[in-house]
Ligand binder design. Structure first.
Ligand code: ADP
Length: 626
């Protein structure tokens, strides 16, 4: 716990290896070269700062050395000192005046002040040659030392050093020439060349020092820049970490919290120090603790990979509970893995909502079941009176004892037709309710398909309302079926009822053919057709195409869902193919023998409706059940 100091839970005070957080290494930024002009500008400013920083010490050094020399001169020769007093004073004043200027009015031009001081001091030194007490060799020595000292004291670069040395030599040689006019012959070589060599050495020294300073400066510049970038990037990630909505924390091998972001602290409801001292089993009930330990073992085995999320119940110190979705991964520090980085999310609210949705769903299902039961019960009650109405209407029409007139016969026929339609509707509702509850059993029997076709033909004659509609149901001799007659009748009658209903004039047909072990029925019409976008939905209960269309045609939208459920029970499939204003074809395929079909079944499975290829527009398959 030594890492948990005054501010223990702050990212950055320890270095974690965040493999999933990509930061550019500092060296990558530092390696990028600066523009040459920028370097020159920055370095020139840097040099100015260096000169300004070192100038007071340099001037005081010059002053001190000069004073010491003059004191030594005074002790050695008081008479000579008196003669040189004026120039001595001048030499002492030059550095003091320069210092005053550099700290005052010319503080932004220290470079120039330094050069000016150098020139003035050189002039004073050279001027000593005019005094009888000064020797040429001594002056040459002084000037040489001065040139070497400026290269050392002032970091002003090689060009200024050239200027300084050039001026010094010019002054010296001018005065030398002046002095020589009094004496015949050439001055000795050391007087002539000594200062020249010193000047060259001072320039070379200044150049070398400047190069070294420049290299150092560039390195510092890069370092500073990369540190700035690193700090920015660290601040960015720290910000992300601190303000993430997810709970982020690190647990070490001793099951102690090493880091926690604000969200985690808020979640647990403690401060950073308390969290650092909080053992894992204070927040995790035993079962959750076991699960976490198992996952940590897995995370350790997987290394740095991303762990799968898992859920744990958490008990906070204040006693409240919550559920976390947690993901743990092993992380290393200084090359050694000894901690787990965990990212967690509070899913308690989501769980509460899911439970509420489940409850709502159950209550909706229950209410839907009650409604279906109510409709079924009502329909059941309607069936008997409707049968009575149909029966009496038929009796009155057909029994000669009642000898009804043509007009009354017409009324009775309409009563009979309407009651039959209502009866069919009631039967449909009851059948749907039974199918929906899975109460229908398949009862196979053997029969010739022609008997079924005969009954369907008679149904069509009953329901045909327009003389402009031709109905064509040809026989299919020699085909025997062994299946549930009533289920199949229900399927084909519903398809024919729809075909007749949605075809005001034109043709409705039913064709039958054997296809291997199956039999295929095609109910086709030249009616209004079904729009493409509706095809996938028409098998859903109570689904009808566009309200305006369905108002023109009666029905409650149950026919096709009854078809689909019955076909499912018979182990077959139904395919629809339709075009608006051209017509529709419903193709039903079922096995011919009941061995291939289930004998009982629950017709709840939802149809799998898939559009089959763009080349066959409007084709929807309700697939064969598995
Ligand atoms: P409905 O009681 O409305 O006929 P169905 O479930 O039998 O209910 O049919 C659902 C919808 O499918 C119908 O309302 C109709 O819009 C459309 N439909 C079914 N068969 C045909 C058909 N042969 N021609 C045109 N539209 C049809």
């Amino acid at each position: 716990m030594d890492t948990l100091g005054a501010s223990p839970f702050r990212l950055g005070e320890e270095t974690l290896s965040h493999n999933d957080v990509t930061t550019r290494p500092a060296s990558a930024n530092a390696g990028r070269p600066f523009a040459p002009a920028t370097i020159e500008r920055l370095y020139a400013a840097h040099r100015e700062r260096l000169i300004a920083a070192g100038f007071p010490a340099a001037t005081l050094l010059v002053f001190g050395v000069t004073l010491l020399y003059q004191l030594a001169d005074l002790i050695a020769s008081p008479v000579a000192f008196r003669d040189e007093f004026a120039i001595n004073l001048l030499q002492l004043l030059i550095p003091l005046v320069a210092l005053a200027l550099a700290r005052g009015p010319l503080r932004h031009r220290v470079h120039l002040v330094a050069l000016g001081m150098d020139f003035a001091y050189t002039a004073a030194l050279a001027g000593r040659l005019l005094l009888p007490t000064t020797t040429v060799s001594g002056t040459a020595l002084f000037l040489s030392l001065k040139m070497l000292a400026t290269a050392l004291l002032f970091p002003w670069g090689v060009r200024t050093q050239y200027v300084s040395a050039g001026l010094t030599l010019t002054l010296y040689w001018s005065l030398l020439v002046h002095e020589q006019t009094a004496l015949p012959g050439w001055p000795p070589v050391h007087q002539l060349l000594g200062p020249l060599i010193s000047a060259l050495l001072s320039v070379a020294g200044a150049a070398g020092a400047d190069r070294a300073r420049r290299t150092l400066f560039l390195q510092n510049l890069r370092l500073a820049r990369s540190q700035r970038r690193r700090a920015t990037s660290e601040a960015r990630y720290r910000d992300l970490f601190e303000h993430a909505n997810d709970l982020i924390f690190v647990i070490d091998d001793a099951e102690q919290f090493r880091f926690a972001n604000q969200a985690a602290l808020d979640f647990v409801g403690v401060d950073a120090h308390t969290m650092a001292a909080l053992p894992l089993d204070r927040v995790l009930p035993p079962e959750s603790l076991r699960r976490v330990r198992r996952r940590l073992v897995v995370a350790r085995a997987r290394g740095d990979g991303r762990g799968r999320p898992f859920e744990v119940d958490v008990t906070r110190p204040d006693g409240s509970t919550a559920t976390l979705e947690l993901r743990a991964r092993r992380v290393s520090e200084a090359g050694q893995a000894h901690a787990y980085q965990c990212i967690a999310r509070d899913v308690s609210e989501r769980h509460r909502q899911e439970a509420a949705t489940q409850r709502l769903l159950r209550s909706l299902q229950e209410s839907s079941r009650l409604q279906t039961e109510f409709v079924a019960n009502t329909s059941h009650e309607l069936r008997t009176p409707l049968s009575v109405i149909v029966g009496y209407a038929d009796l009155l029409t057909e029994d000669p004892r009642f000898a009804v007139g043509t007009e009354v016969r017409g009324f009775l026929e309409r009563i009979g037709a309407s009651a039959r339609a209502l009866h069919r509707l009631v039967e449909g509702v009851l059948e749907f309710a039974r199918l929906d509850r899975g109460q229908v059993q398949v009862m196979p029997s053997s029969f010739p398909v022609n008997s079924l076709l005969l009954e369907l033909r008679s149904l069509c004659n009953d329901i045909r309302s327009s003389p402009d509609l031709e109905i064509h149901i040809p026989n299919a001799p020699g085909i025997e079926l062994h299946t549930d007659y009533d289920r199949l009748y229900s399927v084909l009658s519903n398809l024919l009822l729809n075909a007749v209903k949605f075809t005001p004039r034109g043709l409705v047909g039913l064709t039958t053919q054997r296809v291997g072990d199956e039999i295929e029925f095609r109910v086709h019409d030249t009616g209004i057709g079904i729009p493409d976008e509706e095809l996938e939905h028409i098998f859903e209960p109570f689904r009808q195409v566009d309200g305006s269309t369905t108002r023109a045609f009666t029905g409650v939208g149950l026919g096709l869902s009854i078809v689909q459920r019955n076909v499912h029970l018979l182990g077959g499939e139904v395919v629809v193919d339709s075009r608006v204003a051209v017509g529709s074809t419903f193709t039903v395929r079922i096995p011919r023998r009941s061995e291939n079909v289930r004998s009982t079944g629950v017709a709840r499975a939802a149809p799998r409706a898939t559009r089959q290829g763009a080349s066959v527009p409007g084709r929807v398959t309700v697939s064969r059940s598995p």
